[in-house]
Design a protein around this ligand. Structure first.
Ligand code: ADP
Ligand code: MG
Length: 300
């Protein structure tokens, strides 16, 4: 998935442990094949290449993921949008981008973006991207989904406790062998060599979206890899968003969304969702927390 996964399981012996881990890796690889926008054999690729032409019948699994993504778009007023992907053609974070794209180019790029133009047909389990040149991508939700699936597979196999870490999207269940809770360290985005502290994470997911990893600099201004689908411009003002939720998929998508929505609207939205909490750090280093967050030990 272009990202590193780390899997930790509690098992009686290492042979069993290695077996469990390899099953989880297999599951993650299977999901990657389904949702990759680069793999020419993926269902996602087939949907994208048929944009503006015809609907494509997909597996129930991909169909459901797209349907949940559309729900998230509605929940976030379009801040989260899997059709952001056509903007990939102008914002590149691999070092190849040397000049700021023109205003005109940026405006043109959003003309192909809009979750309203993703048409689902439930009977056919088909997906149609209405506009030619439209593209979907799961960069902001796929890792979380894969982490949830790997976790539920391991639980089904009888693994009593573990952690799936999808490049920082953490999903835990059970307890450590000594009976203590799993703990997750939060990174300080002002200084990534320093952690903020350890948080106990009990049967839930914690996901951090940060703009300290993938970004480009133009005239000293940082443009991060999370793009506002409504304007075409990378979101600014926030350094990192950490979301706690029952599922990694929801946490992953919401962390990205809060980035785009900004701290006021973002916090307001999070405060309306049951069992979802977040911590936002803005570009001045100020920390904002959602209202039910039970973390006082962070020194924040
Ligand atoms: P990370 O990859 O650092 O964990 P995120 O989970 O926040 O970060 O996902 C960022 C990725 O999501 C981007 O690299 C891009 O592929 C995709 N993306 C960017 N903007 C949006 C958006 N507004 N809605 C949905 N996906 C987005
Ligand atoms: Mg995300």
């Amino acid at each position: 998935m272009g990202s590193k996964f780390e899997i930790t399981v509690v098992a009686n012996d290492s042979i069993k442990g290695v077996h469990y881990i390899s099953m989880a890796v297999e599951e993650i690889t299977r999901i990657e094949k389904l949702i990759s926008s680069w793999d020419h054999n993926s269902e996602t690729w087939a949907v994208n290449t048929a944009a503006g032409k015809n609907p494509v019948k997909v597996s129930k699994e991909l169909y459901d993921l797209i349907e949940r993504s559309l729900k998230l778009s509605r929940l976030t007023d379009g801040a989260f949008d899997i059709s952001y992907a056509s903007m990939d053609r102008i914002w590149k974070y691999d070092g190849s981008m040397k000049i700021m794209p023109s205003d005109k180019k940026i405006k043109a790029s959003v003309s192909k973006v809009g979750f309203q133009n993703i048409i689902l047909n439930e009977q056919e389990t088909s997906v149609f991207l209405k506009l030619p040149g439209m593209k979907i991508g799961f960069g902001a939700i796929g890792k979380g989904y894969a982490a949830d699936k790997a976790k539920s597979l391991l639980m089904q196999m009888g693994v009593s406790a573990g952690i799936v870490n999808a490049s920082g999207d953490m999903s835990t269940w059970g307890k450590q062998p000594d009976g203590s809770d799993w703990k997750v360290a939060l990174t300080n985005p002002m200084d990534k060599t320093k952690g903020f502290g350890l948080l106990p994470v009990v049967d839930k997911a914690v996901v951090t979206s940060g703009n300290y990893e993938k970004y480009v600099l133009f005239d000293g201004k940082r443009y991060a890899h999370i793009i506002d689908p409504r304007t075409g411009y990378p979101s600014t003002g926030i350094l990192s968003v950490t979301v706690f939720a029952p599922k990694a998929e929801l946490a992953d998508a919401l962390a990205t969304s809060v980035f785009v929505m900004g701290k006021e609207i973002g916090l307001d939205r999070i405060n309306q969702l049951p069992n979802v909490e977040c911590i936002i750090i803005d570009d001045k280093g100020a920390v904002y927390k959602s209202k039910n967050i039970a973390i006082n030990t962070l020194g924040l």
